[in-house]
Each structure stands twice: as C-alpha cells, then as structure tokens.
Design a protein. Structure first.
Length: 650
C-alpha cells in the first residue's frame, strides 16, 4: 500500500506476502466501503498504482428487536437527463441516503450513482448518474434498507420510520428523443481524421453523407476528402483525406446538415437525430516528427533579442549559458531568457542594448544526449540543433539626437563642421546657415559633404583672417524633412543651432602688400591689401624722391582699423612731379617701430614705387568711401537685405 489519492483506509489493512488482510471485522451498518491505494512493480522496475474500493456485504445478524419499517413505496420514479427522481406520498426526514444503497441498471448494465439528495417537504429523493442513458433505455432501480433503526444513510419518513427495500422498480424514461448528437473530439493522423461523438452514431454505410458535406482545410486551404467510413466503435466515424497531413499543419473541419429531418445522407444517432451544422472547429494534429528543431530567424531591437523556430516549441526554459550573443565580435551578457510558446519564440533580454549600426550574431550549443531541461525543444521533445554565429536582423531604431560636435576654420574661406554621427549624403541648403565673422555676415557660397565621416564643409564668399571671431547658426525646418537639411543615416534631423563658436585656425604668414600710392601737396597715402596694426613707425623707414631729389618724411599716421598709411612730407610737391617711394623693412622681427599687419607680419622692403597725383588743391588728402563699398557694408550687417543685394549684382 502507498500514499496518494483515496488512501484514507490504508491504516485499516495490512499485506502479508501476496495476501491483503483487514485489521478488524467490517460492519455494514457502520461502514459500507473501504478505499485503499495499492502499488505493484514489474520485472522491468516500472511501478503502477491504483485506488481500490472494497464494498461490505450486508449479512443477516441476530438482533434483539427490529424497528418498525414503513412499507411505503414511491408513487413515481422517473429519469430526466442523468437524474432519477423518487416521489413519495409523505414528507421525508432530512436524512440523505448513501449512494451505495441504490442499484440502477440501464439495459441490464449497472449504472454508477455519483450523488444523492433529498427534498424532505416535497417527499422527493434524487439520484444523479455518471452518464445519461439513451432515450429508449430500460432502467430498473433497487434500494436496500439497513437492518435496525438508522439515523443516517437511509430514506426515512418524517416520523423516523425507515422506507423498506425497493426491488425492481421500473423507472419512467422521460429522456427526450430529439437531442442531437454532439461532436466532442476530432483528431488527424497522416490522412485519417477520426471524429468522436457523445453517443452512438448510426454506422450503416448506406446512411452516410457524401464527402461534399464536409469541408476540411489544412493551413487555410481546402483538402480533398475521399471517403467516410465507420470508426473503431459506435461513437466514432472516419474521414479519409487524399493527402497526408504533416506535423505542425493546422487543420479545421466544417459540417453542413441538410434541411429537415433526413433518413440518409447525414450523420445521425441511433434514434435518427441529425448532427447539427458546425464550422471551422480545430482538429488535433497527432502526426509526429522525429527531426531536430531548427532556427528560423532572429531579430533584435535594443536589448530584446527574439529567436524564432521552424515549429511549435515546448515550455522548457533553456539556460542562458547555452546561448552566445555578439555585437561587432564582442560578447554581450544575457540578462534573462523567456519562452513564448504561442509565437514559437525564445526571447533573450541583454544587459545592454545594441546600436542600430552594430552587426549582431547568435550561437547555440545543444547539450549532449536528449535533455529534458535547460534546452530548447519542440513539443515532441526534439532538441534544437547547435548553430554558430547566425546573423541577427537589427531592428534597433536610432533615437539619439544628431549633434554638432565641432566647427573649425581650416582654410581662409572654409569651415569644417564635425557631427556626432554618420550623415545621409544629402546637401543642405546654404540658406540654412548663417556665418558671422567679427559679427558681420559672411555668406556660404557652396557646401561639400563628407557624409561617411560625419562632416560638412562650408565654402565662404570672403576669406577669414587670423584672429577673426567666427560663429555659426543653423535653422532646421519644421517637422521631419527629407531634403535640403542635415540628418543622420537614421533620418534624425540636426536641430537648430544658435551662435555656435567656430575655432579659427587660420594663420596669416603673408606680409602686407602695397596696392597703390597717391599724393597731393605734402600728403602721400599708401593703400595696402589688408588692415594694419596700430604702431609708431620711424620716419627713416621711408625715402621719398621727387623729380630725383629727396623730400624727407616729417610724420607717419596709421589710422585704426584701416588699410592705409599717411605720410606727411617736409615740402609740398607740384602736381606734375614724378614721385617715387622706397621702404626699408627690418632685417629681423622687431617688436615695435615697424609697419606690420594684425598678424604681426612686417611690411617688406621695396624700391621706387610710383605715386600718382590726385588733387591740386591746398587741402589735405582725404580717403573717401565709394557708394558700392558703403552698400556692401550695409548688406553685410543686415541679412534681411540679401535679396536686394542679389538684384543689384553686388
């Protein structure tokens, strides 16, 4: 004897060798049956356990006095469904009779009584059977009263008198004969579909319907049915398909009942009730495949890696150690593993997410032999085969914003912009940019893309000098644009940038050059190609020859933030004189007393530069600004006037 279900009476018995003994003599009046659990072991060492019910016989006993017994019999005994009702003429006592006191036969076969109940005021006793008899079944009921006066487990009148034995009571069968049979199971193996019903079905082949009355679909497509035949028992029928159903195929079945009550051409029970129409019920696929489970696909998004397989998988949860995930050749740690059987999927959650640019692979090692845990297997126990470095589709979306990391002046008229990520190779509109040099606008003439390196080169209309302060602004358009903007390879636009500081690496190593020279009276104006530094220059650096005779320089003036030098001579000069100017530059790089540009490049020596006369008046030479130069300065400081500037061709 072993512990388990229904073992409550194990302690009342013992086993000696191959014999079972009860510890004390049983008494029918005290206990009607005993439940024990026994276990056997065969030669192969396989065990089998089962619950056994031992029933106590009611034997005649000598008693001193027997209580009076009522001879009342029920006025009506009937069955409806699986419930038998006994109707008495008198009220009953609230005592529920034991189910083993009743014996019910259905067509001479004993039926199991599973429950009894009483309605005392109505004088009714109810018996519930395990199974519902057929509509035409012959049902007989027996009831055994106990000896003596019992207070429980028997049928009693309200005055306490027991109802006597009831023998061979015929039960009125009120079970309806119009109940349709019901399909309870549908299974397929290879090409044979077996249908199971809740009752016996007419197995006469002449009454079977045509195959057209059924519709079988395999994976959503119609499958041809060849024949209908009797099943292995009276409650089953078989359908034979033209083609075999394969493992993992999804099969559905529909049936169409004909109108009215038919005698043939339909499925019906033994009393002629037709099977009702049904649609698209699932058919259990019992086909078995002995083949290794295989990887179908794998995709990753961020830290979630979904591994898909070629068939349904079991709920067996694999260990994280059987997987290896790599991104760009480097191992990634697995945080957790989940099995989603409905999706044929194992989900790996990684410790860290991958980027959209990383190449991801997955490997799996199947342990030796056939394992039952810590592996991936299908519903039939076939293990997933090992695989190495299978590519994983990377569905990760890049949500990191694109940033401008650095900007630098790499040439006098070029600005190099470096971004945080690789760019799409589409050129932005020049009008998106605003470059200010010393707070004055410098237009972008053209744009070059070095998208793979995340770089943009702006070609400017005007050169930038050493020491100039440069800032850049960029205006992004509203919403998500696909052209004339800066975006990364994932389509993320560069957001608007305001007054971004640009590093100026321009080094001015060229000395200033003289472009022109003019004189009037005692004034000489020298015009240079760039702005000069404020300095006190020695008069002796310049030598002026007028008609071959020297005229000494009395003073030198260098206006601030300008490109001219004014020389004042000791003597006035006639308008028709020939004037030649010579400058002696320093041999070394002195810190003061020399003419130099803002970068500190010294004005070099030159000889006999011809100056032209421009005025016969007595007044000092005045440098004027042309109208065109005045307009250019206005446009540079007022970007709103760009359109007017283009129309004027300036």
């Amino acid at each position: 004897m072993v512990n388990g279900s229904s073992d409550e009476d194990n302690n009342k018995f013992h086993i000696n060798g191959d014999q079972l003994f009860i510890n004390e003599s049983p008494d029918f009046e005290r206990k009607l049956s005993y439940d024990i659990r026994l276990q056997t072991l065969d030669k192969a060492g396989i065990s089998f356990a089962e619950t056994v019910t031992l029933t106590v016989d009611d034997l005649d006993e000598l008693v001193e006095e027997l209580p009076l017994e009522s001879s009342t019999t029920p006025k009506l005994v009937r069955i409806l469904g699986n419930e038998i009702t006994l109707q008495f003429t008198e009220e009953l006592k609230q005592t529920t009779p034991h189910k083993l006191r009743f014996r019910v036969t259905v067509d001479a076969s004993v039926a199991t009584v599973v429950e009894t109940s009483v309605e005392p005021i109505l004088g009714m006793v109810f018996l519930r059977l395990k199974e519902t008899p057929s509509a035409k079944a012959s049902i007989i009921l027996h009831y055994s009263d106990t000896k003596g006066d019992q207070d429980s487990g028997v049928i009693e009148l309200s005055n306490g008198l027991d109802i006597g034995n009831l023998d061979d009571i015929e039960v009125l069968n009120d079970i309806s004969q119009s109940v349709a049979p019901v399909l309870v199971t549908a299974e397929v193996s290879n090409s044979l579909i077996t249908l199971g019903f809740n009752e016996a079905i007419n197995q006469n082949a002449s009454t079977f319907p045509s195959v057209d009355i059924f519709k079988v679909k395999v994976n959503g497509r119609n499958a041809e049915t060849l024949e209908i035949s009797s099943g292995s028992n009276t409650g089953t029928l078989n359908l034979r398909l033209k083609d075999n159903v394969l493992f993992a195929d999804e099969v559905t079945l529909s049936y169409r009942d004909l109108e009215n009550n038919q005698e043939t051409g339909v499925i019906q029970n033994l009393v002629g009730n037709d099977l009702l129409t049904f649609s698209n019920i699932d058919v259990t696929n019992n086909n078995f495949v002995v083949s290794e489970l295989a990887l179908a696909s794998a995709f990753i998004e961020g830290s979630r890696l979904e591994v898909n397989f070629d068939r349904e998988i079991a709920e067996t949860k694999p260990s994280a150690r059987v997987f290896r995930v790599e991104a760009d050749g480097k191992k990634l740690n697995i945080k957790s593993v989940d099995v989603i059987t409905d999706d044929r999927q194992v989900v790996l959650e990684l410790q860290k997410p991958v980027t959209d640019k990383q190449a991801v692979t997955i490997s799996y090692t199947d342990p030796k032999d056939n394992q039952r845990k810590n592996v991936v297997e299908d519903i039939q126990g076939n293990d997933l085969i090992s695989f190495t470095k299978q590519p994983v589709g990377n569905d990760t979306q890049d949500t990191i914003p694109l940033l401008l990391d650095q900007g630098e002046v790499v040439d006098a008229d070029q600005i190099l912009l470096n971004f945080s990520k690789e760019l799409n190779d589409i050129s932005p509109a020049a009008s998106r940019f605003k470059v200010l040099v010393n707070k004055k606008r410098n237009k972008v003439a053209s744009i070059q893309m070095n998208a793979d390196e995340g770089q943009v080169i702006l070609n400017l209309k005007k050169a930038i000098a050493d020491g100039d302060t440069v800032t850049l602004s960029y205006k992004d358009l509203a919403k998500d644009q696909k052209r004339k903007i800066i975006e990364d390879t994932s389509g993320n636009d560069l957001a608007s940038v305001n007054n971004f500081s640009i590093e100026n690496f321009v080094i001015d190593a060229d000395p200033p050059l003289i472009d022109d020279a003019e004189f009037s009276n005692d004034q000489i104006t020298l015009y240079f190609n760039e702005e000069l530094a404020d300095a006190k220059v020695k008069n002796s650096r310049f030598k002026v020859s007028v008609d071959g005779k020297r005229n000494k320089v009395s003073s030198i003036d260098i206006p601030k933030e300008d490109t001219i030098v004014n020389l004042t001579l000791r003597k006035k000069i006639k308008a028709d004189s020939d004037m030649l100017i010579t400058h002696k530059g320093p041999n070394k790089d002195p810190k003061k007393g020399v003419l130099e540009d803002l970068a500190g490049n010294n004005f070099e020596s030159f000889r006999d530069f011809l100056a032209e006369h421009i005025d016969d008046g007595d007044g000092p030479l005045l440098r004027t600004v042309s109208g065109e130069e005045l307009l250019r300065g206005l446009f540079e400081t007022n970007p709103v006037l760009e359109g007017i500037e283009r129309q004027m061709g300036l």
